[in-house]
Design a binder for this molecule. Structure first.
Ligand code: FES
Length: 165
């Protein structure tokens, strides 16, 4: 067992974890934060996406002990002051989900992607070093790590496009 201190959604927690415990299991089973979902448990679906210092990661592939000093944000931490995050509100307006299992990962990923864009990330579609235009193709490519088995992609795209513009 290793004792780690982890700041999650603004609250510092002290946790005893075995070195092999994933960040996803630590969040869900030790801290009761069940927003991040376990889909594939091998880095393929994105359902477990959370933010570590603002960067999106697959929590199923991360060991909790590696993230002891990071600021972790889950879907539970996005709403502020009783208001849903603008991306959460847009997903509701545009029906960006059906069963909802992928939704927390989709939204965390979209929040990070919009921050990447605001920071001037180059296009992943054109390969140009210039700041990317957030076209539908660019959004799709940047969100391609988050799968939706229900096929709610049009609503997801509409929601992200609305917040981006
Ligand atoms: Fe982590 Fe699928 S559960 S990527």
């Amino acid at each position: 067992m290793t004792e780690i201190r982890m700041r999650v959604n603004g609250v510092v927690h002290s946790l005893d974890v075995e070195p092999w415990v994933s960040l996803l299991d630590a969040l869900r089973e030790r801290l009761g934060l069940t927003g991040p979902k376990k889909g594939c448990d091998q880095g393929a679906c994105g359902a477990c996406t959370v933010l570590a210092d603002g960067v999106r990661i697959n929590a199923c592939l991360a060991l909790a002990v590696q993230y002891a000093d990071k600021e972790i944000t889950t879907i539970e931490g996005l709403a502020q002051g009783g208001e849903l995050h603008p991306v959460q509100q847009a997903f509701i307006r545009h029906d960006g989900f059906q069963c909802g299992y992928c939704t927390s990962g989709q939204i965390c990923s979209a929040v990070a992607m919009l921050a990447e864009h605001a920071a001037g990330m180059p296009s992943v579609v054109s390969g140009s070093a210039a700041r990317a235009e957030l076209t539908d193709a660019e959004i799709r490519e940047r969100m391609s790590g988050n799968l939706c088995r229900c096929g709610a992609y049009n609503g997801i795209l509409d929601a992200i496009r609305e917040v981006a513009t």
